[in-house]
Design a protein around this ligand. Structure first.
Ligand code: COA
Length: 249
């Protein structure tokens, strides 16, 4: 069974992160699968909305940390970056259903989604600095823009985690939904988007997002810094500590 499942439900393309034993931590192959889904939506105009969800009670624990340890020196060409670039320019509306952990890119990718619903036990965190890394997916721009610098400092520099209630207050999610209703609500909202006049919807989305050039430039800037950080002693020590913790357990 693939770690990324893509299924069609009428006009909706559902992308399920499906590596539950590892809290859906994302490998290069998984990023490639997610990129392929975005490409599919770009090419197939019968797809009105994309839904991202996790399996097994997690959204995603972020990038696979073992992959980070082995990552090649040119992070700008990595599957993660290729996915992030596609996500930022995706023209198809995106809905996310967040259950359980949403760490790293599990949180930052939500800033590129149009509607986000979360279960009460959802937990968000952007621990880049603690790992000796820097923000990605444009989050160094989008988090201060959306939440203000004061809050962004706590989340990106102190790496403070937050729960669904806080995410609602920050305006990162649209609503907290009982776990058993999460998928249904996300699918219903995705359907409501998909049945609307598509050209008008996409144009509205484009206008609401405004000029993407500063975001795309920031993402490339982050990618350079991220790639350099990955090779640092701090990052190698933090990533090794996580892997060693697992070996000891
Ligand atoms: N990369 C690789 N494996 C990961 C992972 C990640 N990002 N996150 C979790 N896993 C694995 C664990 O190693 C463990 O594997 P094992 O059962 O083979 O030992 C399994 O997923 C379950 O994780 P565990 O830590 O036991 O679950 P938990 O509920 O106690 O904690 C997290 C969940 C997400 C808080 C914790 O796993 C964590 O902090 N993960 C790292 C998150 C991270 O830093 N991501 C990168 C951000 S840039």
């Amino acid at each position: 069974m693939s770690d990324i499942l893509t299924t069609r439900d009428g006009d909706i393309l559902v992308v399920t992160l499906n590596r539950p034993a590892k809290k859906n931590a994302l490998t290069g192959d998984m990023y490639n699968g997610m990129s392929a889904a975005l490409d599919q939506a770009k090419d197939d105009h019968s797809i009105g909305t994309i839904v991202f969800e996790g399996s097994g009670g997690s959204f995603t624990a972020g990038n696979d940390l073992a992959d980070f340890l082995q990552s090649a020196s040119d992070f700008t060409q990595s599957p993660a970056l290729n996915f992030i670039r596609r996500l930022a320019v995706c023209e198809t509306p995106i809905v996310a259903a967040v259950d359980g952990v949403a760490v790293g890119i599990g949180t930052t990718m939500l800033f590129h989604c149009d509607l986000v619903y979360a279960a009460p036990q959802a937990k968000f965190r952007m621990p880049f600095v603690d790992l000796g890394l820097v923000p990605e997916a444009g989050s160094s721009l989008l988090v201060p823009q959306r939440l203000g610098t004061v809050r962004a400092t706590e989340l990106l520099m102190l790496g403070e985690g937050f729960d669904a209630q806080a995410a609602l207050g920050f305006g990162i999610i649209n609503a907290i939904v009982p776990t058993e209703d999460l998928r249904g609500v996300a699918m219903d909202k995705a359907h409501r988007l998909a049945v609307r006049p598509r050209a008008a919807l996409r144009e509205t989305r484009r206008l609401m997002r405004g000029d993407l050039a500063p975001l795309l430039a920031r993402m490339e800037d982050e990618a350079q810094a991220f790639g350099a950080a990955l090779q640092s002693k701090d990052a190698k020590a933090a990533l090794s500590a996580f892997m060693d913790r697992n070996k000891r357990a």
